[in-house]
Design a protein around this ligand. Structure first.
Ligand SMILES: Cc1cc2nc3c(=O)[nH]c(=O)nc-3n(C[C@H](O)[C@H](O)[C@H](O)COP(=O)(O)OP(=O)(O)OC[C@H]3O[C@@H](n4cnc5c(N)ncnc54)[C@H](O)[C@@H]3O)c2cc1C
Length: 520
């Protein structure tokens, strides 16, 4: 057996990050990727002749700056076509509010302005605290080491150090939902609708759902640059980040084999011994690290028979049913969003005109139906990066919620077409002429995302980000320290702590755990 050899399953951005750190830690690393290109859900795809778009994730706001610096991603070609973008909240009429680095602009009240300052101060403070614990392996609650006990004590101390008022506020808002919190700070429906969408994007939640403050803080706790939550678009689409990671990994000595799917993880004498590819080839290794989601890793690739029943049940019960669909449009010219000047079309556009609208959009998803009036996050990346479309033409990339993975009626062509019509009709309420500009388009439902990206349920986080699947218990008890119950097998993708989004953080921490633990 090749003890210093590690096989990483999946060349998504976390698999590549993990592989690069492991190779720098002295391991001989091979990454095996099923798709013919790297990036996973952080890729760029040509979906129509000459029109390219980020296939799933389109905005960067959480990328771990330690990953960027330690792996030298800028030297490896990482560039942004737009940074520090504002959010423009759209209403069906021409009313628009901009939420930007300098605060709010548009038809808002004095209470909105001061509320925004205080809300930003408070949430950034809480997110700052959270980010310390998202950037390291979570401490074990039971049977912990001295280090685990110290981390827990530090967490308590850090909360106490917020001071009496902010500490009470954290404990209070942590237990309620984003709907109630936003009502305490703002009058403007547009502002509340847009911020509430940030809390529920990629989840099975509406603004009134418990945990929706936590998901908002999670989003802010990532490393937005130059400020928490700041939005950027990578040059060349999200595949630009994957390409920089690929170069960093190869420079560190990683071998990447794409177009090669792992069929199963092999086990010998109760220890992982490597992988068997779908073409029958066997690769031996001392360790296997999987960036595939926890369900795929344990149930499909490892096989339930290698784990005890309770653990298998927990993995089976992991909630990972996606609700986010992706819409890509090729446009024959710049679109017109009345009320948004042409230069502002490079910013992020949100259609969630009020929180009740967003909550109503969520309601059908509870019963396995799609929204007939969905919420949307819209990007026009070719406005700042003309390389994505033929000259004078543009691409539109939108996340459309809610489109439940398990649609009661099933996602056949008829249902997909019906949901596409709904998405286009919604878009037309804020960009009336857009239908006439479309030269090509596609809609990916969570079922399509599952099939294309091999993500169970097509879920943004590889597993819902909620208190019962967060931090100390992510993804499930028995796998919270990246190690799975079979010796030599680890997780390093979005399903592990701290969760999904373009961060690189699970990949980085998993590699640290392995290198520090001297595993293999
Ligand atoms: C619709 C949608 C929109 C999103 N938008 C954003 C956004 O704007 N901003 C943001 O920050 N985040 C966004 N996200 C979340 C983000 O894309 C993911 O959380 C992140 O990409 C997960 O990265 P990963 O490397 O952990 O896993 P993945 O990207 O899923 O990579 C896993 C890799 O493993 C490979 N693999 C799986 N099984 C096998 C096998 N058997 N053999 C070989 N290879 C295998 C897959 O092909 C894949 O390449 C979005 C997600 C979705 C679904």
């Amino acid at each position: 057996m090749q003890a210093r050899r590690i096989i990483v399953i999946g060349a998504g951005h976390n698999g590549l990050t993990c592989a690069a750190y492991l190779a720098r830690g002295g391991y001989d690393v091979v990454v095996v990727e099923a798709s013919d290109h790297v990036g996973g859900a952080a890729d760029t795809r040509e979906f129509a002749d000459g029109f390219r778009v980020s296939g799933c994730a389109h905005y960067v706001y959480q990328l771990n700056q330690q990953v960027v610096q330690e792996l030298g991603l800028q030297q490896h070609g990482l560039e942004y076509s737009a940074r520090d973008l504002s959010t423009i909240a759209l209403s069906p009429g021409e009313q628009r509010v901009t939420i930007g680095p300098g605060g709010l602009s548009g038809p808002v009240t004095e209470r909105d302005r001061s509320g925004h300052q205080e809300f930003t101060r408070l949430t950034e403070r809480f997110a700052g605290l959270l980010s310390r614990y998202l950037n390291q392996a979570p401490p074990r609650l039971a049977n912990g080491t001295r280090k685990d006990r110290l981390t827990l004590a530090r967490l308590g101390w850090d909360i106490r150090r917020l001071g009496r008022d902010d500490m009470r506020e954290l404990l209070r808002v942590g237990a309620i939902n984003i709907y109630d919190v936003l009502n305490e700070f703002f009058d403007s429906d547009l502002v509340k609708g847009a911020i509430s969408l940030d809390a529920v994007l990629g989840t099975h939640m509406g603004p009134r759902s418990p945990n929706s403050v936590l998901t908002y803080l999670y989003r802010l706790a990532g490393n937005g640059v130059p400020r928490p939550g700041a939005l950027a678009l990578p040059r060349g689409g999200m595949g630009g980040i994957a390409a920089a990671l690929e170069r960093a990994a190869r420079a560190a000595g990683v071998e990447i084999r794409s177009g090669t799917a792992v069929g199963r993880i092999t086990v010998s004498h109760d220890r992982v011994s490597g992988v068997e590819l779908t073409d029958g080839e066997r690769l031996e290794a001392g360790l296997v690290v999987s960036s595939a989601d926890p369900r795929t890793t344990v149930l499909s690739l490892l096989g339930a028979r290698h784990c005890e029943t309770g653990f298998v049940r927990r993995i089976h019960n992991l909630r990972c049913r996606g609700n986010a669909a992706k819409l890509h449009l090729a446009l024959d010219g710049p679109p017109d969003f009345p009320g948004v000047g042409a230069p502002d079309l490079r910013h992020r556009l949100i259609f969630a005109p009020d929180m009740d609208y967003a909550e109503r959009a969520f309601n059908p998803a509870k019963y396995g139906e799609y929204s007939t009036e969905p919420v949307m996050e819209i990007a026009l990346p070719s406005m700042s990066d003309p390389s994505l479309a033929p000259e004078g033409k543009h691409v539109l990339s939108a996340i459309v919620q809610y489109a439940p993975y398990q649609l009661k009626a099933g996602w056949d062509d008829g249902q997909k077409q019906a949901f596409l019509d709904v998405a286009l009709a919604t878009l037309a309420t804020v960009a009336p002429g857009i239908r006439d500009q479309i030269v090509a388009g596609e809609l990916l439902t969570p079922a399509d995302i599952e099939a294309r990206y091999r993500i169970s349920g097509g879920h943004w986080h590889h597993g819902e980000l909620s208190l019962d699947q967060f931090m100390f218990v992510r993804p499930v008890p028995g796998a919270t320290q990246y190690a799975l119950p079979v010796d030599g097998l680890f997780l390093c993708g979005a399903g592990a702590h701290p969760g999904g989004g373009i961060t690189g953080t699970p990949g980085r921490i998993a590699a640290q755990v392995i290198v520090e633990g001297g595993a293999a």
